[in-house]
Each structure stands twice: as structure tokens, then as C-alpha cells.
Ligand binder design. Structure first.
Ligand code: HEM
Length: 176
């Protein structure tokens, strides 16, 4: 398969980055929610020791994806037979996912910086209280928005695949 996309199919780079990002976002939501609810400080520390590198990795992949589309690749033509409203909604959800990932990474990093938690996370010592730093609230609300956008995106993909049967998933490397 070609690295770059063609007029009717995404290329390897445009297929691989979103799938890896999606898997990492699921892991981030699970580890983030578990860390936020965790009463045991040792378990909370272990969850954050996984959450931080994953979040930083998702940020790096998203920046790489933005640069890839800006300089190296072109989107295939959109699937035919969609109303203007559906096309607009798809654009809003896709754009929203980029924005929310950038916001989540920025608010997560700001939470760590302002609480001074990085040494504790790197050395495995006692964590500070995150609830007193402002960006922690942005990260909390943003986590719920991420979940909503992600669920909307998965629902739309299933609708295309199962109801419209327009083989949209084949363009993303699933099926033929
Ligand atoms: C980019 C995608 C990211 C997603 C989707 C994500 C998701 C989440 C979610 C859902 C929560 C739970 C929020 C709550 O219910 O209150 C959370 C907590 C947290 N996240 Fe993230 N996160 C991301 C990136 C990051 C990054 C890059 C960092 C830091 C470098 C970070 C640091 C934290 C911290 C410190 C908490 C609080 C845990 C606690 O209160 O015990 N996150 N994250």
C-alpha cells in the first residue's frame, strides 16, 4: 500500500496514525478516569505513570498528523450521497477531535507543571493534590467532551459501514 492517499483511499500514514491515536485515547480515558477516582496513592501513581507518556505520545502523533496533511498528503474525495448537513457534521467532529486532543494535552501538562507533580511521578514519591490547580478542571470537562466526540465518531463510522454500506471503513484499511 502507498504511503500517501489516492483519490479514493487513504495511504498507510493516514491510516496508521488515527488507529494508533484512537487506541491510545481509549487507554487515556480509562487510565485518566481510574486515576481520578483512585483512593490508593500507589495505584494512582502507577496509573499516571502510564497516562502521562501516552498523552504526550498522542500529542506528538496529532502534531505529526497535522504536519503530514499540511505538507505531504491530500484527503481522498468525500463519499458521495451525503447531505450538506452530514458533511458539515463530519467536518465539525473531525476538527473537534484535533482541537480537543490539543486542549487535553495542554491542560494535562499545565496541571502537572502547576502542581509540581513531575518529580513525584518520575521518582515514584507522594503526589500533590491536583484539585487546586485551574487547568485540572479544564482537563476534567475536556475528558467528557473527548468521550462524546469519540463516541460520535465511532457511531458515524458504524452507520456508514452497517446502514449505508458505502465501504467507508475500507478506505481506512478495514475490509475491502
Ligand atoms: C491527550 C489526551 C488526553 C486525554 C484524552 C486525557 C484524559 C483524561 C481523563 C478522562 C482524565 C480524568 C478526568 C476526570 O474525570 O476528572 C484525566 C486525568 C488526568 N490527566 Fe489526562 N488525558 C490526556 C492527556 C494528558 C497529558 C498529556 C497529561 C500530562 C502530561 C495528563 C495528565 C492528567 C492528570 C494529572 C490527571 C488527573 C488525575 C487525578 O486527578 O488523579 N493527561 N485525563
Amino acid at each position: 500500500m502507498a504511503l500517501k492517499s489516492s483519490s479514493d483511499r487513504y495511504g498507510t500514514v493516514a491510516i496508521t496514525i488515527p488507529w494508533v491515536t484512537a487506541a491510545a485515547i481509549v487507554a487515556l480515558i480509562v487510565t485518566g478516569l481510574m486515576a481520578a477516582e483512585q483512593a490508593d496513592p500507589v495505584a494512582k501513581l502507577a496509573l499516571l505513570q502510564a497516562h502521562l507518556p501516552l498523552g504526550t505520545g498522542v500529542l506528538a502523533l496529532t502534531l505529526l498528523r497535522i504536519v503530514w496533511w499540511a505538507v505531504a498528503d491530500k484527503h481522498p474525495a468525500s463519499v458521495t450521497g451525503q447531505s450538506r448537513g452530514q458533511e458539515l457534521l463530519a467536518k465539525l467532529v473531525h476538527g473537534g477531535l484535533y482541537v480537543i486532543v490539543l486542549l487535553m494535552a495542554a491542560s494535562g501538562m499545565a496541571t502537572i507543571a502547576l502542581s509540581g507533580a513531575l518529580p513525584a511521578i518520575l521518582q515514584g514519591t507522594a503526589l500533590p493534590d491536583f484539585s487546586t490547580v485551574g487547568p485540572r478542571l479544564v482537563h476534567d470537562i475536556g475528558g467528557k467532551v473527548t468521550l462524546l466526540l469519540f463516541a460520535g465518531h465511532v457511531a458515524a463510522a458504524l452507520w456508514h459501514q452497517v446502514i449505508r454500506r458505502d465501504r467507508i471503513m475500507a478506505r481506512m484499511g478495514v475490509g475491502r
